[in-house]
Design a protein around this ligand. Structure first.
Ligand SMILES: [Zn+2]
Length: 447
């Protein structure tokens, strides 16, 4: 057979095989586990979850028939939860947000290791709330194209702020003059607009600028006109009120600077604006100073590079001991915890899990801090799954274990509704209908 002809024939046969594979998606069945579907209801024993291709096809009891050719995972004695989601991440490794030029191999490797730490920890979706565009959008493209193993990535790229304000590099001061700056950002393909807005004198900082409310409204509306949701960095009640009435969809942080008023809680009971918890970032410094032994936990040892653990224990710990911010955040964390507990008490769909950190173990820490603040473990699971999907505006597609949704789930060896720590007892992670090979991830545990 002439080589050229054989080549063409190979392509035709290959295409035919690919078409057959597409017509008959692989089928995965999890059988006999206790199902915790992410909606907050009572766990269901002896459940069967049927996954076809990347979606959940059916859910039933032990009598639900297993389709022919299915791969069956024995879930007896185990617990199934939706894949966890972190809705405030700044993935490390990308360099400065203002860096131009190509992403280096080293930068990409650092980013992928961070992404692998999430998957390893049962986190199947992240939202990066501000990063170097070239870095995060390259990783997002490769994840969506199936070129890298990673959680689903939603990202903002550069953030929008007032000149001399909180964030950037997209700085807006006058309308309509600075609309072109926003269009430059929109052209990069953000999933969500992130605005930085903060008080004068926040912590140890000198005075900074804020976007005036009318400009804030213009900005949010400009993104809405193109179908893009918005979130905002705020830390005080007043900036939160202003942002909500300027039309913002979600808050990237809780109120941390003071206890919230009763009026704020009443307003949120009506508006139910998704509010990302971000307790971990503030509490991390005093935890490192007072409890460096947390770094001995298996999840940290498995996923954090040994040199990084050594750096945290020595250099970073010494720096945090000296830092005025450490004790300030130690004081303010219980206030933020109580503000979140009160929000959750008036609307089970408001609080959203997010860490403002860069690796998988932080998500488990965030859930511990929410539970420590008075939220039941079963609700913490909803906060890290269904409420996160609501934050993204993707509740139709993800966040719970229901027929038709993306098949992102975690199988656990122990019941997470009685102890949130049991979310770390991971037997397997499934993303998009495929079992993640945790032993193949680029992490210390596998070296
Ligand atoms: Zn952040």
């Amino acid at each position: 057979m002439p080589t050229a002809f054989r080549f063409v024939l190979t392509i035709i046969l290959g295409a035919a095989l690919a078409a057959t594979a597409a017509a008959q998606p692989s089928i995965l069945v999890v059988r006999g586990a206790t199902l915790i579907d992410g909606n907050g209801g009572a766990p269901v024993d002896d459940a069967t979850v049927v996954i076809e291709g990347d979606r959940i096809a059916a859910i039933g009891g032990v009598d639900l028939p297993v389709p022919d050719g299915a791969r069956v995972i024995d879930g007896r004695g185990r617990f199934v939860v939706p894949g966890l989601m972190d809705m405030h991440v700044h993935l490390r490794g990308g360099g400065s947000r203002r860096d131009g030029g190509a992403v280096t191999t080293e930068q990409e490797r650092t980013g992928i290791r961070g992404l692998h730490s999430y998957l390893y920890a049962g986190v199947t979706t992240i939202y990066d709330a501000g990063n170097r565009s070239a870095f995060i959008f390259q990783l997002r493209r490769k994840e969506r194209g199936g070129e890298i193993v990673a959680p689903r990535i939603f990202a903002t790229g550069g953030t929008v702020a007032s000149p001399n304000g909180h964030g950037g590099p997209y700085l807006v001061e006058a309308w309509p003059r600075d609309r072109a700056t926003l269009d430059e950002h929109i052209a990069t393909g953000p999933d969500i607009l992130k605005i930085g807005q903060d008080e004068h004198g926040w912590m140890m900082r000198p005075l900074i600028n804020q976007l005036p409310v009318d400009l804030l409204e213009r900005i949010i509306r400009h993104y809405h006109e193109q179908g893009i949701r918005s979130t905002i960095h705020v830390s005080t009640e007043r900036t939160a009120w202003d942002a909500i009435y300027a039309g913002v969809d979600t808050l990237a942080h809780p109120i941390i600077q003071a206890p919230v008023s009763d009026a704020y809680i009443e307003m949120m009971a009506v508006r139910r604006i998704p509010t990302v918890s971000t307790l971990t970032i503030g509490q991390a410094a005093s935890r490192l100073v007072e409890h460096p032994e947390h770094l001995d936990q298996a999840l940290y040892r498995d996923t954090v590079e040994p040199e990084e653990i050594a750096r945290l224990r020595t250099e970073q710990r010494a720096r945090e001991q000296e830092n005025g911010r450490t004790s300030w955040m130690r004081t303010m964390t219980p206030i933020a915890q109580e503000n979140l507990r009160r929000l959750h008490a008036v609307g089970k769909d408001i609080v959203v899990c997010g860490t403002d950190q860069f690796s998988g173990p932080a998500v488990h820490r965030e859930l511990e801090l929410l539970v420590e603040g008075g939220i039941p473990p079963a609700d913490a699971i909803v906060i890290a799954t269904r409420n996160a999907a609501r934050f993204l505006g993707r509740l139709d597609d993800m966040g719970t274990i229901e027929a038709g949704k993306l098949a992102d789930l975690v199988i656990l060896d122990a019941d997470p509704t009685i102890d949130v720590d049991n979310l770390k007892r991971i037997a397997s992670v499934i993303k998009g209908g495929r079992v993640v090979d945790r032993s193949a991830l680029d992490l210390p545990v596998n070296r």
